[in-house]
Ligand binder design. Structure first.
Ligand code: FES
Ligand SMILES: [Fe+2]
Length: 416
């Protein structure tokens, strides 16, 4: 296959197309592992998931099983979750707190820092059998930005700071919303969509479909008493290419937001509290920055597969390729660490109403992506069109975020 034939961009004619094979091919699926997932910084976890010494989580990142532990020295270490004896998983729980990790196969025991502390029948080994060399293996590059931890499996990656670069600004607009820290609500939404993983990042910043595909949500909001006009404000949206394949889409859609907009969903008693939160942000950050934080809802895509949704609540969404026609989706709920009671309930409900697996939004999107996948498999040599806005300075409803994603994908896939 000639990879160069997968993208067709003609700026003069205003055309941007992707060959459907990019969505369906097994060969491309395998190449992506090497050229994208073994090269890019990949989101792995949030610091609050391993808050105290001994806290650990296990998680697959790019299909590699990892063990993430906060040591007694408070350092967070990321190991491959595989025993140095015969390869079994060191830890088989999803999360917990432990002083040591005992391999379930033959009982080798490791400390938080990965050192091998004991083996059964130590006399069974010669003195030249060096235990120091049998410590758990660490992932080569781990770094974080404001508590979002990323890993990189390549030999010589750029540093995380320069990889994220301009995408740090929309992240700051999220993390500055509260005085203290954020935390992840334990557990995640995890589900599979029978579609290629690349369809989700582009869908997540696609305003084009919103009022059409999610019509039942818009109608529901109108029924609750929200002015239908608010949804047409989506047309005032802005989208920006932030470099390295990252993009952000912002608009004044005026949905219920726990820091700025009361919605009938939240109940009468929340009105004053929400107004107060907004006031405080204006006081702290000034009118302009507070306007961005509170009035704009924002979906941020961090290439290749992380999406931060800062709208009806704050969600971290990630998709992993499982097969050319199957992705695994994970969603975590990010909340202010000290928020509790009714305020927290408001956020959780707001999240579930749209993004929950049985919510108004996520099932619509899953159905559309699965339908696209079938279409791509039917005519794999045809094109997908993403030309909207090519001939003008694009609006947020144009297909600029999708083009941003695909240009970076194409660059990484075709470079030597
Ligand atoms: S594989 Fe872990 S102790 Fe044998
Ligand atoms: Fe959607």
């Amino acid at each position: 296959m000639d990879l160069k034939e997968l993208l067709w961009e003609d700026r003069e004619k205003g055309i941007f197309r992707i060959r459907r094979t990019a969505i369906t091919s097994q060969e491309i699926f395998e190449l992506e592992r090497e050229k994208i997932f073994n090269k890019c910084w990949l989101y792995a976890f949030h610091s609050s998931e391993v808050e105290k010494p001994g806290d650990y989580i296990t998680r697959k990142v790019a299909e590699k099983p990892l063990l993430i532990v906060r040591g007694s020295d408070s350092e967070v270490r990321v190991f491959y979750n595989t025993c140095t004896h015969r390869g079994a998983a060191i830890c088989r729980e999803k999360s917990g707190n432990a002083s040591t990790f005992n391999c379930f196969y033959h009982g080798w025991c490791f400390r938080h820092d990965g050192s091998l502390v004991s083996v059964p029948d130590p006399d069974g080994y010669a003195s030249t059998h060096d235990r120091q060399k049998l410590n758990l293996k660490r992932v080569p590059h781990v770094d974080n930005y404001r508590g979002l931890y990323f890993v990189n499996f390549s030999e010589n990656p750029p540093n995380l700071d320069s990889y994220l670069s301009k995408v740090k600004e929309p992240l700051d607009l999220v993390f500055d919303q509260v005085e203290g820290d954020f935390k992840i609500i334990p557990g995640s939404n995890e589900y599979y969509i029978r579609a290629n993983w690349k369809l989700l990042p582009e869908n997540s910043l696609d305003v084009y479909h919103y009022n059409i595909l999610h019509r039942s949500f818009v109608d529901y909001q109108v029924k609750l008493g929200i002015d239908r006009q608010k949804f047409s404000r989506l047309h005032n949206s802005l989208a920006s290419d932030l470099g390295n394949g990252h993009a952000v889409k912002e608009d004044e859609s005026g949905f219920g937001r726990p820091i700025a907009h009361w919605s009938p969903l939240f109940g009468e008693e929340a009105k004053d509290e929400i107004a107060q939160i907004k006031q405080e942000l204006v006081k702290k950050y000034g009118r302009e920055r507070a306007w961005k934080m509170t009035e704009l809802v924002r979906n941020t895509m961090i290439f290749p597969n992380l999406i931060i949704l800062d709208n009806v609540a704050i969600n971290i969404r990630q998709c992993w390729p499982v097969a050319p026609n199957k992705m695994r989706v994970l969603m975590w709920h990010l909340v202010p660490k000290d928020e509790e009671g009714k305020a927290l309930k408001r956020r959780l409900n707001s999240f579930l109403t749209f993004f929950g697996v049985g919510g108004f939004g996520s099932p619509d999107d899953a159905e559309a992506l699965e339908s696209s996948q079938i279409g791509c498999e039917t005519l794999p040599d045809d094109w997908l069109d993403m030309s909207r806005g090519m001939h003008r300075t694009p609006f947020g409803r144009d297909e600029l975020p999708a083009r941003t994603f695909w240009r970076q994908w194409y660059y990484l896939m075709t470079r030597e």
